[in-house]
Design a protein around this ligand. Structure first.
Ligand code: WAQ
Ligand code: MG
Length: 254
């Protein structure tokens, strides 16, 4: 990716009906790219949706638009991995990690309750850590990326697999937790064959847990726990519009 002028490229795909008409969310994706590399970005997102384990989409949109705002560069969150033997132990650990990141226990329980009523989301749910109120649903974070070359260097240096799914999730978590009002994030995939999830926070970094659901389960989760948001619209605006590039340098590791 060269960085003269950047474009935001976004994809969303659904089955049976469009998202607006209540169809099943299959896949979404967001990238930043130069004009020159546009074909690569569009094909990457097209391929992601056409070969998705949640099924073949009936609807898809891929769109690009220019990024006029200054791009902010941030470091990836520090990554650690926990191995558990059962989903129950993984979910218990996730609750503990959220609590040590600063989310009160009763808010965590409330969030899990909300989750059970709220399946088939294509974005994130915002929960206030004081009241437990749901401030917004289906917030889609966009305009963030990490060049493959820099990501691969980082992965090699940290003895981690250069897993594109981890890259995507770590980019998102680094952007989301870079915002001052984000206390923590809880996530696992809605893809039936991907059971690793994470808790992320400024305080403890990106904490992967190898089992947060059973294989075959299509219920995913993405919750942002937020503190003291005065202006929910401004918070969502940052998530949707602020262009962010994750960039790692050996000398400025987090
Ligand atoms: N903005 C907000 N929410 C999103 C976004 C986004 N850009 N992308 C996905 N979501 C929400 C949406 O509700 C999905 O259903 C849910 O998150 C899960 O998305 O090994 O793959 O892309 O370290 O299926 C985490 C572990 C993988 C990676 C998470 O999520 C690792 C994953 P998925
Ligand atoms: Mg998914």
């Amino acid at each position: 990716m060269t960085e003269d002028k950047l474009y935001s490229v976004r994809m969303r795909a659904s089955k049976y009906r469009s998202h607006e008409q209540g169809g099943k969310h299959i896949s979404g994706g967001e990238m930043l790219t130069s004009y020159q590399d546009m074909k690569i970005a569009v094909n990457t997102l097209l391929d992601k949706a056409l070969t998705h384990p949640k099924g073949n989409p009936d609807f898809m949109q891929i769109q690009f638009d220019p990024v006029d705002e200054a791009v902010e560069r941030i470091k990836p969150l520090h990554v650690s991995t926990y191995d558990v033997t059962t989903v129950g132990k993984g979910q218990q650990l996730a609750r503990e990690l959220l609590e040590s990141a600063g989310v009160p226990k009763w808010i965590i329980e409330k969030a899990y309750h909300l989750l059970s009523e709220d399946l088939n989301q294509s974005g994130a749910t915002l929960i206030d850590i004081h009241s437990g109120a749901c401030l917004a649903k289906s917030v889609r974070v966009s305009r963030m990326d990490w060049t493959n070359a820099n990501f691969q260097m980082w992965a090699e240096n940290h003895h981690l697999p250069d897993n594109p799914r981890m890259k995507e999730a770590l980019v998102l978590a680094s952007k989301v937790n870079h915002h001052v009002a984000t206390v923590a994030e809880l996530c696992w995939s809605d893809d039936p064959d991907y059971v690793t999830g994470y808790v992320a926070s400024k305080k403890s970094g990106y904490e992967r847990i190898n089992k947060l659901k059973d294989s075959g389960d299509e219920n995913g989760c993405r919750i942002f726990f937020v503190d003291n948001i005065k202006d929910t619209a401004a918070y969502i605006h940052y998530m949707e519009k602020q262009p962010i590039l994750v960039q790692w340098g050996e000398n400025n590791d987090t």
